[in-house]
Every structure is written in structure tokens, then in C-alpha cells.
Design a protein around this ligand. Structure first.
Ligand SMILES: Nc1ncnc2c1ncn2[C@@H]1O[C@H](COP(=O)(O)OP(=O)(O)OP(=O)(O)O)[C@@H](O)[C@H]1O
Ligand SMILES: [Mg+2]
Length: 424
């Protein structure tokens, strides 16, 4: 019997090659490139941090005299989540140090509406932090709101609640919920309970984070008047800003001799169009990973070019978190665009393709109004771009038509990540 010969040595595959990632410390290496990593240094967001501090200053100076509401707006990867977390943590520490006996205690809650998708779940989550063992079921949203407000008084608390990625709440629920939150301390029941006629103390502050620049305009006028006045815009990062963010991650995560400024600058310039720090960091990570896989010692420009093919300009979990019908609609759009050789398609075309896709998936299609609502969701999340155009033929107006594009994500990527939904 002959021993099979391999053209590789197993021990070489396993580990003799030194990784480009730093491994000396548990706070280094690949970990600093993951989305759950909290950076110690935050770059180029001093103005935004200053604006947050100035809007919420009253939580420090006179904690129960006014209730502040602020909206953060910015495109994908512009640092909204990382800055609000840092602000919440710093404020918590500051207030814990400065607290005198009898002062209200401060609590910061950061809720991601992509994961905690309903007002009911948001309030239950917060209440479970305040009251251990609080039941998951059994109360209406109104009851939960009332209990939450009462607890602020009973536990002598001031709270800052951040609703991150608010775009994920259903529009009809979102409007009512934000209205209720913006009027939390004006509840007549609460006044009765406390037997006070004058204005109640303000103990609740709200930070709302959105990617939708029209968010303010969807609010009804009374919610907008209390919520929409304090607005902070996060602009896309410039190439030089992305470079600094990349350099500080690289310093922590990569061996010094495995990359250089040219590599970082190339990645920064590739990410500049969108100004998206997440994309830039992921591209650096992917380039380092490929370098390791290829057994090389240094990241090369060629490897960066190869890596870019694998990095989606949107977070993959954005697609993973869609519901089945939103996914099927996105798949229909990607299939049409990949075959029609046009940059955009029309809404009726999508509707027709969606019927076919549902048949292939053995799923009953949703009604037209629901399909329109899902298309609006996909548009709001930035996965598609919807436009209304005036079409003309031979100089004659053909009326207004709604068109759909996918600009950022290769259609093949969408098809390959969603085709498992179809029955083979
Ligand atoms: N100014 C910064 N300094 C250091 N790292 C940053 C900075 N801004 C963003 N990052 C990093 O970039 C990534 C994306 O940032 P973040 O999650 O805050 O973006 P976002 O605006 O919340 O995006 P999305 O709209 O997709 O939720 C994270 O890994 C974050 O740590
Ligand atoms: Mg975010």
C-alpha cells in the first residue's frame, strides 16, 4: 500500500506562519475589527459630542427640571452608535461621581430597535432592568408606559433612553410610541396618582437615532414640536478622517511591520465615497485575513483589491434581519435587475416578479398595500432607492412612474444570500 503524498505540509497549514494580527494581548488582534468592539479612542466627532453634551446638560445641572429630546441623523457607519454609547457611558460615570445624597440616580438605556422591534418589547426590556423578574407578557403598551413613569418617581431616577435604528419600528407603531414618549410626564393618570396640579418633574430624556434624513418630516406636528427641534447631523467621514480611524484600529489589531500608510490610505480612499467607517474597518480586516490565508507576511495593495469584492457596502445583518417577505421582495428586485440590463425597474415589474418568487418559495404573497409598505421599508433602510419619475415617449408625457434601483450592493450578492428561501 502506498502512502498518499500531499503537496502541502499539514503543520504548515496549521500554524507555523505568523499571523498579521497581533496576538500578544487579549484586547488586540481580530477582535478590534468586530462590530461589538468599543474603541477607546473616538476620532473626529468632537463637535457632535459637544452638541450632545450641550443638549443634555440639564441632566447634570438640574436633573428634574426639563426633559430633553434629541435626534441623531447620519448615514451608515458615520459613528452614531459608537458616539451615543460613549456619551451614555461617560455621562453615567460622571453623574455617579458627582452624585450627592438625595440626588436622583441616573440610568442610561441603549435599545437597538432592529433587535428589539416593538414598543412593547422596548418598554419591557427597560422595565426588566429596573425591576428584576418583570414579566415579559401581560401588560399593554399604555400600562407599561405608566409603570415606567411611576418607577422614575418611586426609584428617584433620571433616565436617558436611546432608541437606535428607530427606522426598524413599524411606521404606524413608531408614530404613536414617539408621541407617547414625548408626552410621558404629562399623563393625566400620573397627575391623579401624585395628586399634583402643576407640571410634573421631568425625569425622562430621549435620544433617537435614524438613518433617514426625512425622519423629522414623518412625525406628526405635535411630536415634531417636542422631538424634532434638537437635531445633530453626522456627516460622512472624509478620507483623512477614515485614515485616522483605520490607523488607530490597525495599531491595536495588526503587527506593525505588516501594513503601512499607503495601505491605510488606499482603503480610506475606497471608503470615502460613502464616508462609512464600518466599511473601511471591515475592508482592512478582510485584507489582513486574506494576507494570512495566502501565507503572506504583509498586506499588499493587490490583496486590498481582492478583499473589496468580499466586503458588502452595507452590514450583512441588515439583510439577515429583514422579515421573509421583505427578503423575497429584495430578491425579486435583485433578480430583475440582474437580467434586465437596465439600472432601474418599475414597481409593477417588482410586484409581478414577487408573485413568481413567492410561488417558487411556496409562500402565499402578501397583499399589494403590504408590498408597498415593505418597499418603503427597504427604501428607508437604504437597501433600495425608490424614485418617482415623469416618463415621456415621443415628446408626450406618459405620466408618473415609480422606479427602483439597487446602487450599493451587487445584485449577485443579494441573490446568493437569499436564494435559499426558494424551494429547490
Ligand atoms: N469616530 C470614530 N472613531 C473610531 N471608530 C469609529 C468612529 N466612527 C465609527 N467608528 C467605528 O466604525 C464602525 C461603525 O460605527 P457605528 O456603528 O457607530 O456607525 P453608525 O452610524 O451607528 O452606523 P449604522 O447607521 O449602520 O448603525 C464601528 O466599528 C465603530 O466603532
Ligand atoms: Mg448604528
Amino acid at each position: 500500500m502506498t502512502t498518499p503524498t500531499n503537496n502541502y505540509s499539514f503543520s504548515d497549514l496549521f500554524g507555523t506562519h505568523q499571523s498579521v494580527f497581533r496576538e500578544e494581548d487579549i484586547n488586540q488582534g481580530e477582535k478590534v475589527f468586530t462590530s461589538s468592539y468599543t474603541p477607546h479612542s473616538i476620532w473626529h466627532r468632537e463637535e457632535e459630542m459637544k452638541a450632545l453634551v450641550s443638549y443634555f446638560k440639564s441632566i447634570i445641572t438640574s436633573p428634574t427640571t426639563s426633559s430633553k429630546k434629541v435626534i441623531l441623523y447620519g448615514a451608515v457607519g458615520t459613528g452614531k452608535t459608537v458616539i451615543s454609547h460613549a456619551f451614555g457611558n461617560e455621562l453615567t460615570q460622571f453623574l455617579a461621581r458627582a452624585r450627592n445624597h438625595g440626588d436622583p440616580r441616573f440610568r442610561y438605556f441603549h435599545i437597538n430597535c432592529r433587535k428589539t422591534k416593538t414598543p412593547h418589547l422596548i418598554l419591557t426590556t427597560v422595565l426588566r432592568y429596573l425591576v428584576s423578574g418583570f414579566p415579559l407578557r401581560g401588560f399593554s403598551v399604555d400600562e407599561l408606559l405608566r409603570m415606567f413613569t411611576l418607577l422614575l418617581y418611586e426609584q428617584n431616577l433620571t433616565v436617558l433612553l436611546t432608541l437606535d435604528e428607530i427606522d426598524y419600528l413599524l411606521p404606524e407603531e413608531r408614530t404613536d410610541f414617539l408621541y407617547s414618549l414625548s408626552r410621558l410626564e404629562e399623563s393625566p393618570i400620573l397627575r391623579e396618582e401624585y395628586g399634583v396640579k402643576e407640571r410634573l418633574e421631568s425625569r425622562f430624556n430621549l435620544l433617537t437615532i435614524t438613518r433617514d434624513k426625512n425622519f423629522r418630516f414623518y412625525l406628526d406636528s405635535s411630536t415634531a414640536s417636542s422631538l424634532g427641534r434638537n437635531y445633530i447631523t453626522f456627516s460622512p467621514y472624509t478620507r483623512y478622517q477614515l485614515f485616522d480611524i483605520l490607523a488607530s484600529r490597525a495599531e491595536l489589531g495588526l503587527r506593525e511591520d505588516c501594513y503601512n500608510d499607503e495601505i491605510l490610505d488606499t482603503i480610506a480612499s475606497l471608503a470615502e465615497e460613502k464616508g462609512d467607517a464600518r466599511f473601511a474597518i471591515e475592508l482592512l480586516w478582510k485584507s489582513a485575513k486574506l494576507t494570512d490565508q495566502e501565507g503572506e507576511r504583509k498586506i499588499s495593495l493587490e490583496t486590498v483589491r481582492k478583499a473589496i469584492v468580499d466586503v458588502l457596502p452595507v452590514e450583512r445583518s441588515l439583510i439577515d434581519d429583514l422579515n421573509t417577505h421583505q427578503k423575497l421582495i429584495l430578491l425579486s428586485i435583485a433578480r430583475l435587475l440582474s437580467t434586465c440590463e437596465q439600472s432601474s425597474i418599475t414597481t409593477p415589474q417588482v410586484k409581478q416578479e414577487y408573485q413568481t418568487v413567492c410561488e417558487e418559495a411556496s409562500i402565499r404573497p402578501r397583499r399589494q398595500t403590504q408590498v408597498w409598505a415593505y418597499l418603503r421599508d427597504l427604501n428607508r433602510l437604504g437597501l433600495i432607492q425608490q424614485h418617482v419619475e415623469n416618463r415621456h415617449l415621443n415628446g408626450k408625457s406618459m405620466g408618473r412612474i415609480s422606479t427602483i434601483k439597487i446602487r450599493d450592493i451587487p445584485t449577485e450578492e443579494i441573490i446568493s444570500s437569499l436564494k435559499h428561501l426558494l424551494v429547490e
